[in-house]
Design a binder for this molecule. Structure first.
Ligand SMILES: CC(C)(COP(=O)(O)OP(=O)(O)OC[C@H]1O[C@@H](n2cnc3c(N)ncnc32)[C@H](O)[C@@H]1OP(=O)(O)O)[C@@H](O)C(=O)NCCC(=O)NCCS
Length: 148
Protein backbone atom coordinates (compact mmCIF):
# COMPACT_ATOMS: atom_id res chain seq x y z
CA UNK A 1 0.00 0.00 0.00
CA UNK A 2 1.28 3.43 -0.86
CA UNK A 3 0.70 6.32 1.59
CA UNK A 4 1.15 9.75 0.06
CA UNK A 5 0.57 13.34 1.14
CA UNK A 6 -1.81 15.15 -1.18
CA UNK A 7 -0.42 18.44 -2.47
CA UNK A 8 -3.37 19.32 -4.70
CA UNK A 9 -6.98 18.27 -5.06
CA UNK A 10 -8.10 16.49 -8.22
CA UNK A 11 -11.49 15.27 -9.47
CA UNK A 12 -10.29 11.71 -8.80
CA UNK A 13 -9.66 12.64 -5.17
CA UNK A 14 -13.03 14.35 -4.83
CA UNK A 15 -14.81 11.19 -6.03
CA UNK A 16 -12.73 8.93 -3.80
CA UNK A 17 -13.06 11.15 -0.71
CA UNK A 18 -16.82 11.40 -1.16
CA UNK A 19 -16.99 7.60 -1.38
CA UNK A 20 -14.92 7.35 1.82
CA UNK A 21 -16.80 10.10 3.70
CA UNK A 22 -20.06 8.23 3.09
CA UNK A 23 -18.54 5.34 5.05
CA UNK A 24 -17.81 7.58 8.03
CA UNK A 25 -20.67 10.05 8.29
CA UNK A 26 -24.27 10.15 7.18
CA UNK A 27 -24.52 13.90 7.75
CA UNK A 28 -21.38 15.24 6.06
CA UNK A 29 -22.00 17.09 2.83
CA UNK A 30 -20.14 15.94 -0.28
CA UNK A 31 -16.91 17.74 -1.08
CA UNK A 32 -16.42 19.83 -4.19
CA UNK A 33 -13.11 20.40 -5.91
CA UNK A 34 -13.01 23.86 -4.35
CA UNK A 35 -13.57 22.62 -0.80
CA UNK A 36 -11.04 19.84 -1.15
CA UNK A 37 -8.52 22.31 -2.55
CA UNK A 38 -9.06 24.48 0.54
CA UNK A 39 -8.55 21.46 2.81
CA UNK A 40 -5.42 20.20 1.06
CA UNK A 41 -3.76 23.61 0.82
CA UNK A 42 -4.63 24.83 4.34
CA UNK A 43 -1.27 25.37 6.06
CA UNK A 44 -2.27 23.49 9.21
CA UNK A 45 -3.55 20.42 7.36
CA UNK A 46 -1.72 17.40 6.00
CA UNK A 47 -3.98 15.14 3.98
CA UNK A 48 -2.81 11.54 3.66
CA UNK A 49 -4.08 9.29 0.90
CA UNK A 50 -3.67 5.52 0.65
CA UNK A 51 -3.40 4.11 -2.85
CA UNK A 52 -3.48 0.45 -3.77
CA UNK A 53 -0.76 -0.32 -6.35
CA UNK A 54 -2.37 -3.70 -6.97
CA UNK A 55 -5.54 -1.93 -8.08
CA UNK A 56 -4.16 0.65 -10.47
CA UNK A 57 -3.35 3.08 -7.67
CA UNK A 58 -7.00 3.40 -6.62
CA UNK A 59 -7.54 5.58 -3.55
CA UNK A 60 -8.61 3.26 -0.72
CA UNK A 61 -8.06 5.37 2.38
CA UNK A 62 -7.70 8.85 3.77
CA UNK A 63 -6.66 10.67 6.95
CA UNK A 64 -6.24 14.34 7.79
CA UNK A 65 -3.65 15.54 10.29
CA UNK A 66 -4.16 19.01 11.75
CA UNK A 67 -1.27 20.75 13.52
CA UNK A 68 -1.72 23.99 15.39
CA UNK A 69 0.26 26.15 17.83
CA UNK A 70 -1.55 27.17 20.99
CA UNK A 71 -0.06 28.73 24.15
CA UNK A 72 0.83 25.41 25.76
CA UNK A 73 2.43 23.66 22.80
CA UNK A 74 2.32 22.69 19.16
CA UNK A 75 -0.39 20.06 19.07
CA UNK A 76 -1.75 17.64 16.49
CA UNK A 77 -5.11 16.04 15.85
CA UNK A 78 -5.93 13.15 13.59
CA UNK A 79 -9.32 13.40 11.88
CA UNK A 80 -11.51 11.62 9.34
CA UNK A 81 -9.72 8.28 9.13
CA UNK A 82 -11.47 5.99 6.66
CA UNK A 83 -10.43 2.90 4.73
CA UNK A 84 -12.72 1.70 1.95
CA UNK A 85 -14.72 -1.35 2.99
CA UNK A 86 -13.14 -3.29 0.11
CA UNK A 87 -9.61 -2.70 1.45
CA UNK A 88 -10.01 -3.19 5.19
CA UNK A 89 -8.01 -5.65 7.26
CA UNK A 90 -4.88 -5.22 5.15
CA UNK A 91 -2.98 -2.69 7.24
CA UNK A 92 -4.09 0.45 5.42
CA UNK A 93 -5.54 2.17 8.49
CA UNK A 94 -2.44 1.34 10.47
CA UNK A 95 -0.14 2.67 7.75
CA UNK A 96 -2.13 5.91 7.49
CA UNK A 97 -2.14 6.43 11.25
CA UNK A 98 1.56 5.72 11.68
CA UNK A 99 2.41 8.06 8.80
CA UNK A 100 0.41 10.83 10.49
CA UNK A 101 2.03 10.22 13.88
CA UNK A 102 5.49 10.33 12.28
CA UNK A 103 4.67 13.56 10.52
CA UNK A 104 3.33 15.13 13.72
CA UNK A 105 6.42 14.11 15.67
CA UNK A 106 8.78 15.28 12.90
CA UNK A 107 6.92 18.59 12.88
CA UNK A 108 7.50 19.01 16.61
CA UNK A 109 4.01 18.30 17.93
CA UNK A 110 4.01 17.66 21.67
CA UNK A 111 0.81 15.62 21.55
CA UNK A 112 -1.19 13.71 18.96
CA UNK A 113 -4.87 13.32 19.82
CA UNK A 114 -8.00 11.94 18.24
CA UNK A 115 -11.55 11.18 19.20
CA UNK A 116 -13.51 8.13 18.24
CA UNK A 117 -17.09 7.17 18.94
CA UNK A 118 -17.46 4.31 21.42
CA UNK A 119 -19.18 2.18 18.80
CA UNK A 120 -16.13 2.15 16.51
CA UNK A 121 -14.48 -1.00 17.82
CA UNK A 122 -12.22 -1.62 14.82
CA UNK A 123 -10.91 1.92 15.06
CA UNK A 124 -10.26 1.61 18.79
CA UNK A 125 -8.27 -1.58 18.32
CA UNK A 126 -6.30 0.10 15.57
CA UNK A 127 -5.47 3.16 17.67
CA UNK A 128 -4.52 1.06 20.71
CA UNK A 129 -2.36 -1.18 18.54
CA UNK A 130 -0.28 1.70 17.24
CA UNK A 131 0.15 3.28 20.68
CA UNK A 132 -2.79 5.57 21.47
CA UNK A 133 -4.29 5.33 24.95
CA UNK A 134 -7.65 6.57 26.20
CA UNK A 135 -7.35 9.78 28.25
CA UNK A 136 -9.54 10.60 31.21
CA UNK A 137 -10.98 13.77 29.78
CA UNK A 138 -14.32 14.93 28.47
CA UNK A 139 -15.10 16.00 24.97
CA UNK A 140 -17.67 18.80 24.79
CA UNK A 141 -19.63 19.89 21.75
CA UNK A 142 -21.55 23.12 21.92
CA UNK A 143 -25.27 22.70 21.58
CA UNK A 144 -25.18 18.93 21.03
CA UNK A 145 -27.90 16.80 22.62
CA UNK A 146 -26.58 14.75 25.56
CA UNK A 147 -24.97 11.54 24.30
CA UNK A 148 -24.96 12.71 20.66
C1 LIG B 1 -11.13 1.71 11.43
C2 LIG B 1 -10.56 1.49 10.04
C3 LIG B 1 -9.94 2.80 9.56
C4 LIG B 1 -9.48 0.40 10.13
O1 LIG B 1 -8.85 0.33 8.86
P1 LIG B 1 -8.15 -1.04 8.36
O2 LIG B 1 -7.30 -0.68 7.20
O3 LIG B 1 -9.18 -2.08 8.14
O4 LIG B 1 -7.26 -1.42 9.62
P2 LIG B 1 -5.89 -2.27 9.58
O5 LIG B 1 -6.04 -3.37 8.59
O6 LIG B 1 -4.76 -1.33 9.41
O7 LIG B 1 -5.89 -2.90 11.03
C5 LIG B 1 -4.96 -2.50 12.02
C6 LIG B 1 -5.41 -3.03 13.35
O8 LIG B 1 -6.67 -2.50 13.69
C7 LIG B 1 -7.48 -3.49 14.35
N1 LIG B 1 -8.65 -3.79 13.52
C8 LIG B 1 -8.87 -3.40 12.25
N2 LIG B 1 -10.08 -3.85 11.82
C9 LIG B 1 -10.62 -4.53 12.86
C10 LIG B 1 -11.85 -5.20 13.05
N3 LIG B 1 -12.79 -5.28 12.09
N4 LIG B 1 -12.08 -5.76 14.26
C11 LIG B 1 -11.18 -5.69 15.25
N5 LIG B 1 -9.98 -5.06 15.13
C12 LIG B 1 -9.71 -4.48 13.94
C13 LIG B 1 -6.59 -4.70 14.52
O9 LIG B 1 -5.90 -4.55 15.74
C14 LIG B 1 -5.63 -4.54 13.37
O10 LIG B 1 -4.40 -5.16 13.59
P3 LIG B 1 -4.22 -6.73 13.23
O11 LIG B 1 -4.62 -6.88 11.81
O12 LIG B 1 -2.77 -6.98 13.47
O13 LIG B 1 -5.13 -7.46 14.16
C15 LIG B 1 -11.68 1.00 9.07
O14 LIG B 1 -12.31 -0.13 9.65
C16 LIG B 1 -12.73 2.04 8.74
O15 LIG B 1 -12.53 2.87 7.86
N6 LIG B 1 -13.87 2.01 9.44
C17 LIG B 1 -15.01 2.91 9.16
C18 LIG B 1 -14.69 4.36 9.49
C19 LIG B 1 -14.15 4.54 10.89
O16 LIG B 1 -14.64 3.99 11.86
N7 LIG B 1 -13.09 5.38 10.98
C20 LIG B 1 -12.48 5.72 12.26
C21 LIG B 1 -13.04 6.97 12.76
S1 LIG B 1 -12.46 7.33 14.41
Amino acid sequence: MEIVIADAATPEMVDAFNRLIAQLSSSARPLTLGTLTDIVTAPHNTVFVARDPADGGRIVGMLTLVMFRIPTALRAWIEDVVVDASARGRGVGEALTLAAVRRARDGGAKTVDLTSNRSREAAHRLYEKVGFRVRETSVYRYGAKPGA
